[in-house]
Design a protein. Sequence first.
Length: 545
Amino acid sequence: MSIRQTGAWQALTQHSEQMRDVHLRELFERGARFDAFSRSGAGLTLDFSKQRIEQETLDQLLALAREAKVGDAIERLLTGKRVNRTEDRPALHTALRRPKGEEFRVEEQDVDADVHEVFDRMETIVGKLNAGQWRGASGTAIRSVVNLGVGGSDLGPLMVATALEDEFIDPHAREVHFASTIDGTQLAELLPKLDAAETLFIYSSKSFGTIDTSANADTALAWLGEHLDADMDEIKRHHFIGVSTKPDKMTEWGIDPDNQLLFWDWVGGRYSFWSAIGLPIAIRLGMDNFRRLLAGGHAMDRHFAETPLEENLPVLFALLGIWNTNFLDIETLAVLPYDGRLKHLPGYLQQLEMESNGKSSSNDGQRVDVDTCPILWGEIGPNGQHAFYQLLHQGTRTVACDFIAPIRRFEYVDSAAVRDSLARQHRLALANCFAQSRVLMLGDAAIDSSETPPPHKRYAGNQPSSTILFDSLTPETLGALVALYEHKVFVQGTIWDIDSFDQWGVELGKKIANETAGILESGQGSEQLDDSSRHLIDAVLRSGS
């Protein structure tokens, strides 16, 4: 039965008709809201008082969660049931975050032992690198590491390392760089700045067959071969680490088994920085801080597992998204961090949300009859204020927003004068964060004025938002924040009855791209294609490129 046919969904549909014309300003005029519409857990506070809801809305959304058996779904996810239905396997990224020594077996696999064996090997590699003991083919110590990956093998490590490296960097860390684009731009800019004798590449690919990453690896190998007096086998042995689920493919490519780190098919790519894919994080921050990141994710896992639905942050966060998407017809979600260290978070969450829940097929193979994932986008909040906030405040579209901010920053800066000045800047960022959500909510009423402004200066308000606040950005709070969004996605997928853990939508494009690459290489076969594709390919072939 479709979720739309349930009593809970139909009650929400009727309730939404009553709420559509209710302005957030009116809801706040009725009385205090923060205590009723905020929750805390795992070091995070979620303020959803600026969402267009009242207590009845929340009660009915919770009834919908119970109708969809969200509690049972949480138990299935966290105990290793096969929640990835189209691929018939568990989604065990949460197992990566469990403390060592907590026995956890899934389908005869000792997951705890396997996970921590890999983490112990990671720690050995990180220690060797950051102690200057990893030598290249010429005997020179490795000083620079380049992560070659795309999607989950790039976005997660890049986001986390960037967010935490200013305060939590390992004092002996190697330089870490990232290259993901298939067009070679990043390597073309990066390689001239590096010394081949001192550079190590991490070849990160779940399948070890992703064309984007293999193309970058081939270019890296060609560059090393040009600059080092060693044969290719030696170069691969000393200058490449492989991270994949496919040890046989890594060995076939030439990566020494001692330089291979494994993870498992039950780790989805967009959930994989918690695994050995997080090696660049561990190199940059140190293994202790990587484990703190895992601990923060695990704290949110425990909150998700143990907290009643009405107090459960991921569940409530998910239900607010369901309300906005399915009952208020809000099609987009803007993620707006007020902390420059989180500049890569919106891009990371784009993959997490839209690859997970950008689906139109239900778990029973029928076309879904409700809208699923909203379009997610965003930017560092202060930068966005000078770019797209004009649309948020005075445009014609309703946009839901997530504001994200730490309370404290810069306490680690040694100079008192600089520390105080930077702290004032952070207070300015917080002032802007709170002011923007206030104006988006109230509109013109945010300022007490007896004068009616002209139309071009009017602010309608009534744009819903949530604010996620935490004491400071640490490995623990970042881990909890990411896990909050992960579990939100899963709860929404449960209610929409879709598989949040597969990604078949990207496969056809890969297949056709490989076929097209063959045509561009051989110069043959374009006549079989559609008129547009044929002419585009012929233009490239005529150019001699």
